[in-house]
Design a protein around this ligand. Structure first.
Ligand SMILES: [Fe+2]
Ligand SMILES: [Fe+2]
Length: 288
């Protein structure tokens, strides 16, 4: 971001501090900052500013390079000054060391951090957030199908399970505004810019089915570092690729993208839809 852009961003933040609008929810979202053990202090001041600029911080996965406990401790240090709720999903990099349960337990030591899955998060009576990591598989008519070898069926089944877990979480949210957080993309729109040969490894539009069915308000995801910043699902839900490198490349933020959602005066809660047992989620290590 240019110096002028940064000053404008700070001025807007100052305005918000003196004009807190209860009819707006302010979301900060970022993914793919890939902390390594040498990154102590690299993001701490940037993240501390979020307290004044947003009501909630969404982390779209790939918080670390390999998901090791020392890397997770670095992430906890970078987030130590954040005083607003932090909602997170993990990414493929956070699974790489095979210690994902240890990583989750460490992250939960910060009681502001909520890891999303079958359990959604209600920020307030108007706004809820549902999220899963998601998985790959491709888009449109070229989506991989569960046909042939058991390994292929397992691969496709992983995305289907992730989509079912997201559906379950969205079904449980009574809030009129439903925000979705993913690591993988639910639309080809926001992976365009990456080599076409790897699009199928960057997301799957099966993830968009519950998003469209439950009329989500907006989606944030990461993973496609060199994709496109904004797009839509087939059903027209806005989707933002908030990979840190892309946010900086587009000049839409320094550490996170800020997105405001107006809360309509007549916003009403809905009773949760009938619940069914949550499917188990799985997250095999992946490349990229
Ligand atoms: Fe990443
Ligand atoms: Fe990733």
């Amino acid at each position: 971001m240019t110096a002028a852009g940064e000053e404008a961003r700070r001025a807007e933040a100052r305005r918000r501090r003196t004009d807190p609008r209860p009819d707006v929810v302010r979301i900060a979202a970022v993914g793919d900052f890939h902390c390594g053990v040498e990154d102590v202090g690299k993001y701490r001041e940037h993240f501390a500013r979020v307290n004044e600029e947003a009501d909630v911080l969404l982390l779209a996965g790939d918080l670390t390079r390999r998901g090791t406990p020392p890397e997770i401790r670095v992430v906890l240090g970078e987030l130590a000054d954040v005083r607003i709720p932090i909602l997170a999903v993990l990414g493929n990099h956070d699974h790489e060391s095979g210690r994902v349960e240890e990583a989750k337990a460490l992250l939960r030591e910060n009681d502001r951090i909520h890891l999303l899955g079958s359990e959604p998060f209600e920020l307030n009576e108007h706004v809820g957030i549902a999220g899963v990591k998601g998985f790959m598989g491709g888009f449109g008519r070229w989506t991989l199908t569960a046909f042939g070898e058991a390994a292929t069926k397992d691969f496709v089944g992983t995305t289907i399970e992730e989509a079912q877990t997201l559906e379950f979480a969205l079904r449980r949210l009574p809030t009129p505004i439903r925000v979705v957080l993913l690591h993988y993309s639910p639309t080809v729109d926001t992976v365009i810019g990456e080599p076409e040969t790897i699009h199928a490894f960057l997301g799957n539009d099966r993830l968009a089915e519950p998003i469209d069915r439950f009329g989500a308000t907006v989606v944030f995801h990461g993973h496609a570092h060199h994709g496109t910043f904004s797009g839509k699902t087939a059903g027209g839900v806005p989707v933002f690729n908030v990979s840190l490198s892309l946010i900086r490349q587009e000049g839409v933020g320094e550490m996170y993208y800020l997105y405001e959602i107006p809360i309509p005066a007549d916003a009403r809660r809905e009773p949760p839809a009938t619940m069914e047992p949550a499917p188990a989620t799985s997250g095999a290590p992946e490349s990229a």
